[in-house]
Design a protein around this ligand. Structure first.
Ligand code: GUN
Ligand code: ZN
Length: 452
């Protein structure tokens, strides 16, 4: 069997339980929205998915010398996609005390200052990417800092690992410490040069990244909107309507806007491939406008709880047709684990008098996020030709998880146990383009020797 120079097999198959989504299961867990094979097979060729299905059927059609990696009863699924996270806030996790605006001043801005140093930026980027992989996150939409060096360091580190990452240099030209400010012209120039260098390079994409309306002047949002029009396939990321004090402040800064979301809309930033973190304190018109434009919200439950920001309204989003994903928002969020974050989303839904089924939560963290980012043909689902970024979930990761999942009577119950009790310990292995990048080696044998 042909091998890559790094020793991994070019073509092989992974056998285990297998789950992936075809559509949004919605609040009623539509059984046609996912495929689950208790004994499944994922055939990988040159870093891409070649086939997926029940092991019994597929093995018979595959060559006798095909290497089979055995994952036992562990669950194979597409890698998680974290649609909102700040790599420079890795060291801010757990710095609490106060709500958003004070937290930014007290903890976040001081930490972000250090990213003018490319050596620091590089070392945090490497730690951050390791941590994503340990937690089963294979794609993320990432804020850098205002420093161009922070974006260069991040993209370069992701490129070397061949990871599918989206990132952008923060734009902020007011209401922040003077040494963290750019200007409309300099911010636009840096953005243009960075996106021309990195957007579409291998698996990397650029996101135009105004921090939030409060730290950008109208001139800066205007220039961000111009770039968004000039580069329609480039993504956009920012924060919106997270905290009541912030919302009131933005109202005074942009008195002519109907609402916080309307500020962004006026500058052409509400469009497809635009992702707005939080969107807690928005109204029906905002949601309908987002739905119509194709823009989406990133629901960040861990961060919203940690910073006391409020409860995202899933039912209102669904009612308006506004798409949303689920994201960690590290360092406002206190965990890199998408499993823990899905668990927090489940609880936030309950606090709001709503219900988030576990099946839907896993959809939102995989195919749902990929769709919002326009990546559904590349990642988030196992379809022929898609990129083989996937994870293996260990249902026996802890005695309690083993005990609880063994008693689960349905897939929904098992997934709910995983997002209630799980974290990085559940991620047994992570694969990028078919290459294992995290976890202990699994047992391999050839198809001929397989019990079938
Ligand atoms: N609003 C503006 N900047 C930030 C940030 O860094 N984190 C969060 N959670 N909200 C923000
Ligand atoms: Zn954020």
């Amino acid at each position: 069997m042909a091998r890559h120079t790094d020793g991994t097999e070019k073509r092989c198959a992974h056998r285990g339980a297998l789950l992936h989504f075809l559509a949004d299961p919605g609040s009623h867990s539509d059984p046609a929205s996912f495929e689950f094979f208790a004994d499944g097979l994922l055939v990988v060729d040159e870093g891409r998915v070649a086939a997926v299905g029940p092991a019994g059927e597929l093995l018979a059609s595959l060559p006798a010398d095909l290497p089979i990696i055995e994952h036992g009863g562990d669950i194979l699924m597409p890698g998680f996609i974290d649609t909102h996270i700040h790599y420079p806030q890795t060291d801010v996790i757990g710095s609490g005390g106060r709500q958003l605006l004070d937290w930014l001043e007290d903890h976040t801005f001081p930490a972000e200052r250090r990213f003018s140093d490319p050596v620091h930026a590089r070392s945090v980027a490497e730690f951050f990417l390791d941590e994503l992989l340990r937690n089963g996150t294979t794609t993320a939409m990432v804020f850098c800092t205002v420093h161009r060096t922070s974006a260069e360091a991040f993209f370069d580190a992701a490129l070397r690992r061949r990871m599918r990452m989206i990132a952008g240099k923060v734009l902020m030209d007011r209401n922040c410490p003077p040494d963290l400010r750019d200007s409309p012209a300099a911010g636009a120039q840096d953005t243009r040069e960075l996106l021309e260098k990195w957007h579409g390079r291998e698996r990397l994409q650029y996101a135009i990244t105004p921090r939030f309306a409060a730290t950008s002047s109208p001139e800066q949002l205007e220039s961000a909107g111009r770039l968004a029009r000039e580069f329609p396939d480039v993504l956009i990321q920012t924060h919106a309507a997270e905290n009541l004090e912030e919302v009131a402040w933005v109202r005074t800064l942009y008195p002519d806007a109907r609402s916080y979301m309307d500020v962004y809309d006026r500058y052409g930033l509400v469009r497809e491939r635009a992702l707005f973190a939080h969107c807690i304190h928005i109204d029906r018109l905002d949601r309908e406008r987002m739905a119509k434009s194709g823009a989406a919200a990133a629901f960040c439950p861990a961060s919203n709880l940690y910073l006391g920001s409020g409860l995202f309204d899933i039912a209102a989003a669904d009612c308006a047709g506004m798409r949303f994903s689920i994201a960690t928002d590290v360092g406002g969020g206190n965990s890199f684990s998408m499993l823990r974050t899905l668990g927090d989303a489940y609880k936030v839904a309950h606090l709001a008098g709503q219900h988030l089924p576990a099946l839907r939560a896993f959809y939102l963290a995989t195919l749902g996020a990929a769709r919002i980012l326009g990546l559904q043909h590349r990642v988030g689902r196992f379809s022929a030709g898609s990129e083989a970024d996937f994870i293996v979930l260990d249902l026996k990761a802890t005695p309690l998880i083993a005990r609880r999942t063994a008693q689960a009577r349905s897939l929904e119950e098992r997934l709910l146990a995983l997002l209630t009790l799980g974290d990085d310990r559940v991620i047994a292995r992570t694969y990028i383009l078919g290459r294992q990048v995290h976890g202990a080696p699994a047992t391999a044998r050839t198809n001929r020797n397989n019990s079938g």
